[in-house]
Design a protein around this ligand. Structure first.
Ligand SMILES: CC(C)(COP(=O)(O)OP(=O)(O)OC[C@H]1O[C@@H](n2cnc3c(N)ncnc32)[C@H](O)[C@@H]1OP(=O)(O)O)[C@@H](O)C(=O)NCCC(=O)NCCS
Length: 407
């Protein structure tokens, strides 16, 4: 086997679809799959790398060019997706080689990290990926949303109109900057987003201009069946706007039996709801099941210096990092990090301040996965003395991940 890699072209599409259909045998038909490859909102065929063995396409994966927000800064990131190997070529390391090839491409174009939604974490952990914080998908009884929030909705929230597009895009951009791993969205993304006829948009204005919006879909399986409202995204400039928008969802309670809404691991919203689980009954072990914990994507860094310098930081300070060798052929990497005005500068190690010692995967989790250094230490994923960790925690602090555009 002598694999070569190349970018996909329009002539390859039939074979690409064949490999994709075997790898992801869900109900989607060929036309829908063709659209996913040729006009994806995240990129195009030029972002698809093919593994070719003796003239035959045996595997493929996307490396989408993303700009993701971390610590208030936009970071160039590669999004790996749709990894597939033809059934006759499995178990020979082709998938691992495709991913390694994407890491080279991503590094060469200057990305600070790659991110992916793993089919199996163990496969990617071997390739240097670290975990990110999980998010919570709450299943909320609309009647549990406080009446005072519904009053705010009456005052501040209305259905979106076509003239609201610009204000919605701007509200998204403002919110994305405060989140972890939210992507900057281009025109084509928004065109597709607004074209979905079943998606509803409500907008909020709390001080004259638009201060936020919520996008959701309504689903039920057949006429008269229970209706679920699934929140796609909620962007709010301030707490009042957020309460008003959630209040507007509460006002849907005559129609809606349950609201599904994802929040990050630290969001305390259920503390303001009364009987979040409504009339759902519990079990002997769990009396009140409020939803599902959803595993986050995985992240990997290649160039340690670039990865440290690319994101923004919540507080200034200095610390050293020692990245352990992954395997005997690797070199140990030691660097000194100084953060001023939210930006990090990396220089050769000075050992003047305490160091945190960790693996490349755990460093990726701490820089881009919302893993606090003190938690990494307590989980055995890093070593540092307690005073050093207490100093590093506030510098690296960022919102836990709850990305909204899975790819
Ligand atoms: C997931 C998928 C891409 C893996 O493709 P693959 O080329 O068979 O993967 P690899 O050969 O690199 O690795 C598969 C296994 O074979 C093992 N392997 C690789 N080379 C080997 C070799 N020469 N000898 C023995 N075993 C080998 C790997 O260690 C791995 O072991 P694991 O099962 O313990 O993880 C493929 O199964 C697929 O297309 N699945 C359906 C789609 C899917 O789930 N895609 C992932 C979306 S994120």
């Amino acid at each position: 086997m002598s694999l070569v890699f190349r970018a996909a072209t329009a002539d390859d599409v039939d074979r690409i679809l064949e490999v994709h259909l075997a790898a992801f045998p869900d109900a989607r038909g060929l036309d829908e799959r063709r659209r996913a490859f040729t006009t994806s909102v995240f990129g195009g065929l030029e972002d698809l790398t093919l593994a070719v063995d003796d003239g035959e396409i045996v595997g493929q994966a996307f490396l989408f060019p993303f700009e993701l927000w971390f610590g208030g800064r936009p970071v160039a990131a590669g999004g790996i997706a749709s990894l597939a190997v033809a059934p006759g070529a499995r178990g020979r390391g082709i998938a691992a080689q495709i991913v390694a090839q994407l890491h080279v491409q991503s590094d060469m174009r200057g990305d600070a990290l790659t991110m992916l939604y793993a089919f199996r974490q163990g496969f990617y952990a071997r390739l240097g990926y670290g975990a990110t914080t999980s998010r919570r998908r709450l299943a909320i009884d609309p009647a549990s949303i406080p009446a005072s929030w519904r009053s705010l909705a009456r005052e501040h929230v209305r259905g979106a109109r076509s003239g609201d597009r610009e204000a919605i895009c701007a509200a998204y951009a403002r919110t994305a900057q405060r989140k972890s791993a939210w992507a900057s969205r281009g025109e084509s993304f928004w065109n597709r987003h607004f074209a979905r006829e079943r998606r509803q948009f409500l907008v909020a204005a709390t001080d004259g201009g638009t201060t936020g919006y919520v996008a959701f879909g309504l689903e039920h399986e057949e006429p008269h069946a229970a209706t679920t409202l699934a929140v796609h995204e909620l962007c709010a400039d301030d707490d009042l706007t957020r309460r008003a928008l959630i209040g507007a969802l509460g006002a849907m309670r005559d129609q809606v039996a349950e609201i599904e809404m994802e929040v990050d691991a630290a969001d305390p919203i259920e503390l303001a709801l009364l009987d979040t689980d409504g009339r759902r009954f519990g079990t002997d072990v769990v009396e009140h099941d409020l939803g599902t914990i959803v595993g986050g994507p995985m992240v990997r860094i290649e160039d340690v210096t670039r990865a440290i310098e690319a994101r923004g930081y919540a507080a200034d300070g200095a610390f050293d990092v020692v990245v352990r060798r992954g395997d005997p052929s690797d070199e140990e990497i030691a660097v000194s990090v100084e953060v001023a005005s939210g930006r990090a500068t990396v220089s050769p190690p000075r050992a003047a301040h305490g160091a945190i010692r960790t693996s490349r995967a755990a460093l990726a989790s701490m820089l881009y996965g919302g893993l606090e250094p003190s938690r990494a230490v307590s989980l055995g994923l890093a070593e540092a003395d307690p005073r050093t960790v207490a100093r590093i925690d506030p510098i690296l602090a960022m919102a836990p991940l709850a990305p909204i555009d899975p790819f």
